[in-house]
Design a protein around this ligand. Structure first.
Ligand SMILES: Nc1ncnc2c1ncn2[C@@H]1O[C@H](COP(=O)(O)OP(=O)(O)OP(=O)(O)O)[C@@H](O)[C@H]1O
Length: 230
């Protein structure tokens, strides 16, 4: 469960400052899902990064299961990220020179699995996103949203309790975009994950299957527009 209280994130750039988040209060229950939609530069990625334990707020607290991530020493924070948080950020974290299987396996490197266990888990994660037969390919050889599926498998392979997605269907259109959203919906249902997604795209945000609970973010301030049990 996430509980954010009074979260501000201020960046210093040049002579000025930007409050990317300006006093955010937010609760996301265990196994619930939340979609946050807002325009460019409204604070979406900053919010998701703080939920993921990347960076610390300037003020306020970001609690995951009662632990304030902002107060953890860096090594503990890195451990929480590696064990508990799956992060999908388009497909830019994939290594083009590694095979699809190796890309997924690499998420397990900090967790101390031996090679056979890594391969077994990675193969299962690829199977779960419909890429069971593609492990030997390079990411660049996949088509039609395939690299997004690899990125989702890479986030899932550690079996996290939280899945965070930053524009997971960004740049995709039509049927391929819908397939990725349906995949995420299926993942959420199958794994009982706490799921938070941020997007500029109001079509994605309002996609009925994925967004029973929708929040809007503007200028670093968040408001939950619809509040089903999601
Ligand atoms: N590392 C940084 N240094 C300085 N300013 C930053 C930094 N990261 C973000 N910002 C600023 O904080 C504000 C919010 O940025 P953020 O990336 O969180 O918004 P966003 O809604 O994800 O935007 P986009 O949809 O364009 O990716 C913007 O004004 C941005 O320029």
């Amino acid at each position: 469960m996430y509980e954010l209280r009074g979260v501000t994130k201020r960046y210093w750039c040049g002579a000025g400052t930007v409050d990317a988040l300006a006093g955010v209060d937010l609760v996301v229950g265990d196994g619930h899902r939340l979609v946050v939609q807002g325009p460019a530069k409204s604070g979406k990625s900053t919010l998701l990064r703080l939920l993921g334990g990347y960076g610390r707020p300037t003020a306020g607290s970001v609690e995951l299961d009662g632990t304030d991530l902002a107060a953890l020493p860096e090594a503990r924070l890195a451990a929480v990220r590696a064990e508990s948080i799956g992060y999908v950020c388009g497909d830019r974290d994939l290594s083009p020179a590694l095979s699809v299987l190796e890309n997924v396996e690499s998420a397990l490197a900090p967790l101390g699995f031996d090679g056979a266990a890594r391969r077994e888990r990675a193969a299962a994660a690829l199977e779960s996103v419909g890429l069971g037969a593609c492990g030997d390919r390079l990411p660049g050889e996949l088509r039609d949203g395939g690299t997004r599926r690899v990125a989702i498998a890479r986030a899932l392979v550690k079996r996290p309790k939280v899945l965070l997605a930053d524009e997971p269907a960004g740049d995709l259109e039509g049927a391929v975009r819908d397939e990725i959203m349906e995949l995420l919906e299926g993942v959420w249902k199958a794994h009982g994950l706490t799921f938070v997604m941020v997007t500029r795209d109001s079509v994605v945000a309002r996609n009925g299957v994925i967004a029973p609970r929708l929040a809007m973010i503007r200028g670093g301030r968040i408001s939950v527009a619809e509040n089903a049990a999601g």
